[in-house]
Ligand binder design. Structure first.
Ligand SMILES: Cc1cc2nc3c(=O)[nH]c(=O)nc-3n(C[C@H](O)[C@H](O)[C@H](O)COP(=O)(O)O)c2cc1C
Length: 242
């Protein structure tokens, strides 16, 4: 996924057509080069056909749901997950419950974070691509137009679940923490978010499993920066019929 590629491509197409028009008849070589360039462009265009756009999410439904004590009673790990997609409203509720903004005035979130560093990003691997949850606009920002679910883990639920959350810490955001304590805080903060997701799943009748993963190849596939660290992942979907 690359933004702003279309106008760039049109520029090159125009260039190719221009040179084709002016030079093709003079030498066959130039004509061939122009055709090759046009084909290269077409190939690139097809490769980016699935360019992703931000996905705005509906406001989370903050009324209703199961009472907290019932959700706690039903919280559990379920690894048998159907491939069926989650409706946008359910995904919106899930992400808001996980780490949405619940006090817009201060920007504080549904899960605590060490010194309110808010260093965790929720990457969302969907069949259509990889996104990151932006809490303030409450939307999914595109990252890559590739289905990375199978790269998250060899465990079958990761490939099958319609939503795989990848908890990524941006460690420099823990500005008030000593560098050697940052991973420790990021792991704890991830646990808080993960439990919110578990409770939301219990409330919404969803299946979920938090799981460990092979970090280095996934970080490379996600094109993460050197200070970004994958902490954990969590698959979510509807439970398979028992
Ligand atoms: C840090 C962490 C890592 C986990 N990794 C995996 C995993 O890689 N695969 C898996 O199937 N479950 C994993 N789990 C889920 C646990 O196995 C599960 O929570 C445990 O069996 C208790 O079941 P319950 O959540 O239903 O109470 C993990 C849980 C945590 C907290």
């Amino acid at each position: 996924m690359v933004f702003g590629r279309s106008s760039f491509r049109f520029y090159w197409l125009f260039q190719a057509l221009f040179w084709y028009y002016t030079l093709l008849m003079r030498t066959k070589l130039v004509g061939s080069l122009t055709v090759t360039a046009a084909l290269w462009w077409l190939n690139t265009a097809v490769g980016n056909a699935a360019e992703l756009k931000p996905i705005p999410l509906p406001a989370a439904q903050t009324e209703g749901g199961k009472p907290l004590m019932q959700a706690l009673k039903q919280r559990k790990t379920t690894r048998e997950i159907k491939a069926d997609k989650l409706p946008a409203q359910v995904l919106a509720n899930l992400l808001w419950a996980g780490f949405g903004i619940n006090r817009p005035g201060s920007g504080h979130r549904t899960a605590p974070s060490a010194m309110n560093s808010q260093e965790l990003d929720l990457y969302v691997a969907l069949p259509e691509g990889l996104f990151v949850y932006e809490a303030k606009p409450h939307q999914l920002k595109p990252v890559l137009d590739k289905d990375l679910r199978a790269k998250v883990s060899g465990q079958p639920f990761a490939t099958n679940a319609p939503v795989v959350l990848i908890y990524v810490a941006d460690l420099p955001r823990l500005t008030k923490s000593r560098p050697e304590r940052r991973e420790f805080y990021a792991a704890i903060d991830t646990g808080c978010i993960s439990q919110n997701i578990y409770l939301c799943c219990a409330s919404e009748g969803l299946a979920t499993v938090v799981f460990d993963l092979d970090r280095a190849p996934l970080a490379a596939a996600m094109k993460l920066g050197p200070e970004q660290e994958i902490i954990l992942a969590q698959a979510v979907g509807y439970p398979k019929d028992e």
